[in-house]
Design a protein around this ligand. Structure first.
Ligand code: NIG
Ligand code: FE
Length: 389
């Protein structure tokens, strides 16, 4: 198999503390990497690099692990820019707008959805993202949810069944929970790795703690692994339910109690923060420092969706994490790569280490700090070595 040597790397972020200075980012200066299209084969100082079939000179640039965007809703049709504009003029977000995306998504043809997905996946990948989790959740009937998951599976291994996104308008809540945990789950489980639910206290649209538990436990019994949308609109049962069910991740975490932070700190559940949502809904940002200082594993992701966060840029998310959530530049990059990998319970991605997937992103900058230092500037470029998943 052909090998590529990427050399003259000014700053290589490996996320392998055994490399470099022993910090979590495992930074190596004047570095090189050898990879083929299935795995990284060698990591070290450029002066010691072995020969390879092809050479890429990264002169003066940084190389980082590809971003792991562990929370997206890429499969949807329609447009909600007017809802965003109204929100910027003072309206609040409550999840009610999801229904309009459901109507547009149900009406879209298979070909339209395939094209929309391909464009969005291209948009993410061209900005340095190498792993994308994709949720269903804009079908909310058996046929459309299954169709969305089948399509998602053409783009990624990380597919998530989110029939429990909201109760569709005009449908009885109890009937809908039974459908999601029953017939819809049976139809969708073969096409999903994960089950997710939008858990909020006292929401007209999302699911309360008991409803969420019913849906998640049914998913787990069907062999799916658990992740949760929790504590986005208010403090509530989402975080503690996620910990109780050993969810891989609880996402949003905008409103947390001390008990929530304690529960996360003693758990194997990652807190995935989505600051594009707070930006686009003009909400307070999650208290990332409190989570990090308590020892919670933190990931950051885009939540790319038409309602609360229509960004595909992990660089933008990193800039928000640093400026608005007071994460250090190093913490934000770790959370966008290794943190995302932890939230997907993957050890083959999110770092640059021998035997791991060859998912590398080059920066048109000498150090990773430029991701937050130069917000809005397209610094990332993929290094094409392999198929991504
Ligand atoms: O992650 N909170 C629930 N779901 C999405 C928003 C979906 C939408 O508004 O279309 C989120 O923020
Ligand atoms: Fe989401």
């Amino acid at each position: 198999m052909a090998t590529t040597l990427i050399t003259d790397i000014a700053e290589l972020v490996t996320n392998d503390p055994a490399q470099g200075d022993g910090s979590p980012l495992g930074v190596v200066h004047d570095a090189a990497v050898v990879a083929d299209d299935t795995a990284v084969r060698w990591v070290g100082r450029a002066a010691d690099a072995p020969a390879a079939d092809r050479v890429v000179h990264a002169t003066g640039r940084a190389v980082i692990p590809g971003f792991v965007d562990a929370h997206t809703h890429l499969l949807f049709a329609g447009d909600r820019s007017a809802e965003f504009a109204a929100r910027m003029a003072g309206d609040a977000y409550d999840g009610g707008g999801i229904a309009s995306t459901v109507t547009a998504t149900r009406a879209a043809s298979e070909d339209d959805l395939r094209t929309l997905l391909a464009r969005r996946v291209y948009e993410l990948r061209s900005q340095g993202t190498t792993t994308i989790e994709i949720k269903s959740g804009y079908g909310l009937d058996v046929v459309t949810e299954r169709r969305l998951l089948e399509l998602a599976g053409t783009a990624t291994e990380e597919t998530t069944f989110l029939g429990g996104h909201v109760v569709p308008p005009g449908v009885d809540r109890d009937d809908y929970v039974r459908l999601v945990a029953g017939e819809m789950l049976v139809a969708c489980a073969p096409f999903a790795r994960w089950i997710d639910v939008f858990c909020e206290p006292a929401s007209a649209h999302a699911f309360d703690g008991d409803e969420s538990r019913t849906i998640l436990q049914a998913g787990a019994a069907a062999g799916l692994e658990v992740r949760v949308h929790g504590n986005q609109l208010a403090a509530g049962p989402g975080v503690q339910l996620a910990v109780e069910l050993d969810a891989a991740s609880v996402d949003h975490c905008t409103y947390l109690t001390g008990a929530d932070v304690d529960a996360l700190a003693g758990s194997g559940t990652v807190a995935t923060l989505l600051p594009g949502v707070e930006f686009s809904t003009r909400s307070p940002y999650p208290d990332a420092r409190r989570l990090l200082d308590a020892g919670v594993t933190v990931a950051v992701a885009t939540d790319c969706n038409p309602g609360t966060s229509y960004t595909s840029s992990m660089s933008f998310v990193i800039a928000l994490a640093v400026r608005e959530m007071r994460m250090t530049a190093a913490e934000a990059l770790w959370s966008a790569t290794a943190g995302g990998a932890r939230s997907l319970r993957r050890s083959d991605i999110g770092r640059i280490a021998v035997g791991g997937r060859p998912h590398l992103t080059m920066l048109d900058a000498p150090s990773h700090a430029h991701l937050a230092y130069r917000p809005g500037v397209p610094l990332t470029r993929p290094i094409e070595l392999a198929e991504r998943g």
